[in-house]
Design a binder for this molecule. Structure first.
Ligand code: 173
Length: 323
């Protein structure tokens, strides 16, 4: 049937209206996010700063809605959730998804910063690993400059953990096992109760966050020196990532650059946290001399041996750009 002149004219008006909206025809996208660390606590905070930055700067382009934290999704399931697209974006440490990406265990072994790793090609290697094995875009990393420690309810006198039952994640597993500990793997949410019930004599955790979680009430000692470096990744489901416009991807990359620059603040935050631990009555056991050497050597050797067993070539390749 022939169109009337009036119909043709209205079509023309509609077309003109849609073209006059300009080239940015993509609609605002909202990514559904989750964090493996409780909202408002230390290792969720950089992610929250990232989300705030995106939501402030991405109006009309892209927004992020955090749909819940560990109360909604068990931390060790977050990797699966972002891999399969149950969520679009996630804040999670690689230790929580070694079931899908075993080589992720290498990220804590980095001795340089994410800015160094972007400059020397390491970021691209780690991103490629995440994309091919896990179906996620490795957007970036927070936690630089923050070491891990052992915290205890009873004292030790050297680098020997035999007879002690220690809560771990894959971060500490190879090291503490080599030093003779019995290990229990739990998500952070189970640590307080395990301490209270005496089912553990201590736990691995970074220098930051103990007071946030209320664990200082159940903690008597921190063992120094610290070892390794915290890695908390922001990951985007790869199908979702590929479906975004250039503008949306550029926004996320600008947001992560902003967030990664905040990693430098960790040096000062570490010092404040150590003071707060002291004020809360946590005593420091400082390993010295041979004990210190054994502690640090075991961390490095056991850590790299573990990832070399998984994939020797990949481990060597990462080691060359993370030191
Ligand atoms: O101890 C942990 O749960 C753990 O592996 C970790 C990793 C990064 C930041 C904080 C904790």
């Amino acid at each position: 049937m022939k169109k009337t002149i009036a119909q043709a004219a209205s079509v023309a008006v509609l077309l003109a209206a849609s073209f006059s909206a300009g080239p940015a025809l993509a609609e605002e996208v909202t990514l559904r996010g989750t964090t493996a660390f409780a909202l408002g606590t230390t290792f969720s905070r950089p992610y929250e700063a990232f989300v705030d930055w995106i939501n402030e700067n991405g109006k009309g382009v892209l927004q992020i809605q955090t749909v819940g934290g560990p109360e909604a999704m068990p931390p060790f399931e977050v990797g699966n959730a972002v891999s399969s697209g149950v969520v679009d974006i996630a804040n999670v440490t690689a230790a929580f998804y070694t079931n899908i990406l075993p080589m992720g265990d290498a990220l804590k072994l980095a001795e340089n910063t994410i800015q160094d790793q972007r400059a020397n090609g390491c970021y691209d290697k780690v991103d490629a690993m995440h994309q091919s094995q896990m179906n996620v875009k490795y957007l970036g990393r927070t936690g630089d400059h923050v070491n891990f420690h052992l915290y205890l309810t009873k004292p030790i006198t050297g680098a020997d953990l035999s007879g002690l039952t220690i809560r771990t994640t894959p971060v500490y597993q190879a090291m503490f096992q080599t030093l003779g500990a019995n290990l229990i793997r739990t998500p952070p949410g189970d640590v307080y109760t395990a301490l209270e019930r005496g089912t553990i004599d201590g736990y691995g955790w970074p220098i930051q966050g103990i007071l946030d979680l209320g664990w200082d009430e159940q903690t008597k000692y921190r063992v120094d020196p610290g070892f390794y470096q915290v890695d908390v990744e922001i990951l985007v489901n790869l199908d979702k990532w590929k479906g975004l416009s250039d503008e949306q991807r550029a926004l996320l990359e600008e947001g992560i650059a902003y967030t990664e620059a905040l990693n430098a603040n960790n040096v000062a935050i570490n010092a404040e946290e150590a003071k707060k631990q002291e004020a809360a009555g946590i005593k420091v056991i400082t390993l010295e001399g041979d004990a210190r050497q054994k502690w640090l050597d075991t961390a490095q050797t056991a850590g790299w041996d573990k990832v070399s067993e998984i994939d020797a070539d990949a481990a060597a390749s990462l080691r060359s750009c993370m030191q």
